[in-house]
Design a protein around this ligand. Structure first.
Ligand code: SAH
Ligand code: SF4
Length: 369
């Protein structure tokens, strides 16, 4: 099997090239061809020596993912489904806005955290993606969109690790992918424009602050451990007090001076005035320091069999108003691409259903209890 060069950040590519007897600056040239210019065909890499191109043909490739389907939403959102083998598929979503282009990337096929309001979680965990599979989503979307739009500049300015999977449970593959996004020889993105969203893998939040601090979004969804244990089962391992401490510590290294809390608005589950007040008390304790944060309320996107409902618009408005009045910057996420099931929590690229349906239903029903 040939080596897939999408598997390396720049340091990794330098090491690989040196093992083939090539100098470091050759690795930099090669890296730029792949990620900066979006070229996969070695024969087009005209400033590389012929001998290097021959070696690359022999031993390496830039292997993208095969596309299963593409859907274009009426609002301009594009969703691709990619085959990652053995009956597994993942999804990637491009969200165009006037001042930016955001790509929502998957980190795993399925997810082991199993939040009952998320269709990725409902499908169970299949496997971690490799660095190449994470980066291939960006490489493919960027090269495809540039070609279609007939432009030479970057189309994708922002990345959010908010597709399928829990990125911090695939840490080893995630970090080289993030480094490539940030690298000036790669995609040259600002740290503020690359966001890792996590359900709260506390030890890995700490490690990310040291290895590759980027913008952090934390999926909170509940103001107390009892409810969060059910909505985000990982909370049983890393309860709120530990999570909030990890967020606070992260801020010392973060490119932004606040943490974004995502909060999925579920009708009658986590959307009462009392729960808004409990959230405020949690991030603004009377005794103790306030945690610099913003809230992003996400209207729940229903999917078949979740058994849950979206909070009504006036409830979301009232909940947002309480947070805002307490001085916490609060936004309500616009739902994009829901006509093509590309909105948050609707990604379920798998082809097989491999988890126990009865077990999942039982879990969903407990939420209402
Ligand atoms: N695993 C990570 C990142 C992927 S999920 C995490 O949980 O943070 C990205 C965001 O979509 C998370 O905030 C998640 O809670 C939210 N989400 C999941 N299912 C949803 C749904 N059905 N409706 C609205 N948001 C959802
Ligand atoms: Fe996994 Fe995030 Fe979905 Fe929870 S919300 S199941 S952590 S992808």
């Amino acid at each position: 099997m040939k080596t897939n060069l999408l598997d390396f950040d720049l340091d990794g590519l330098v090491t690989w090239c040196q093992a083939q007897g090539e100098k470091k600056f050759r690795a930099v040239q090669l890296f730029r061809w792949i990620h900066h210019k979006g070229v996969s065909d070695f024969s087009q890499m005209t400033d590389l020596a012929q001998s290097l191109r021959l070696m690359l043909h022999d031993k390496a490739e830039v292997r993208a993912l095969s596309v299963v389907s593409r859907h274009n939403s009426a609002d301009g959102t594009i969703k691709w489904m990619f085959d990652v083998g053995q009956g597994n598929a993942i999804e990637t979503v491009f969200i165009p806005e006037t001042d930016r282009g955001t790509l929502c990337i998957s980190s795993q096929a399925g997810c082991a955290v199993a939040c009952p309001f998320c269709s990725t979680g409902a499908q169970g965990f299949s496997r971690n993606l490799t660095t190449a599979e994470i980066l291939a989503q960006l490489w493919f979307a960027e090269t495809t969109l540039r070609r279609e739009l007939g432009i030479d500049e970057r189309v994708i300015s922002n990345v959010v690790m908010m597709g399928m999977g829990e990125p911090l449970q695939n840490y080893a593959a995630l970090v080289p992918a993030l480094k490539t996004m940030l690298d000036d020889h790669g995609y040259g993105m600002s740290r503020r424009r690359v966001t890792v969203s996590t359900s709260g893998v506390v030890p890995m939040i700490e490690r990310l602050s040291q290895d590759c601090p980027v913008a952090l979004a934390v999926s909170l969804h509940a103001p107390d451990d009892t409810l969060r244990d059910r909505l985000v089962p990982l909370n049983q391992k890393y309860p709120l007090v530990e999570l909030l401490n990890a967020c606070r510590d992260y801020l010392a290294y973060a490119p932004r001076d606040f943490i974004t809390f995502e909060y999925c608005m579920l009708d009658g589950v986590n959307d009462s005035d009392a729960q808004a007040r409990a959230l405020i008390a949690m991030v603004r304790p009377l005794h103790g320091e306030a945690l610099p944060c913003k809230f992003n309320l996400i209207p729940f996107n229903p999917f078949p069999a979740s058994g849950l409902l979206r909070s009504p618009p006036e409830r979301i408005k009232a909940f947002a108003a309480l947070l805002s009045e307490a001085g916490i910057v609060t936004t309500v996420r616009k739902t994009r691409g829901d006509d093509i099931a590309a909105a948050c929590g609707q990604l379920a690229g798998d082809i097989q259903d491999r988890t126990d349906v009865a077990g999942r239903r039982a879990k969903t029903i407990r939420i209402h209890a």
